[in-house]
Unconditional design. Sequence first.
Length: 99
Amino acid sequence: MPQFPLPISQLAQALGVDEHALRELMARREDAPGDPTLVGLTVAEAARRIGIGRTKLYEYVSSGEIPSVKIGRLRRIPAEAVVEFMAKRPLATDFDTAA
């Protein structure tokens, strides 16, 4: 099974799933899993890891909930910031409901 540099145990705990099952699922993915060694993700890559759209991720970046850095004209999201964001989401109180 491949090793992932992200703290999968924290992510599994935040999602409320078994860590072993999450690792198995990640290992089986065949649809362009991306490079798990990247430390700076594009907005699209970070949004895909979280499972949200780019526009929503830009909202989180603008509000400061997810940190980002500018490298020239490029914006990058630290991979650890995605994990930290997901770990604290169950504690958030802003529950938006779809209409």
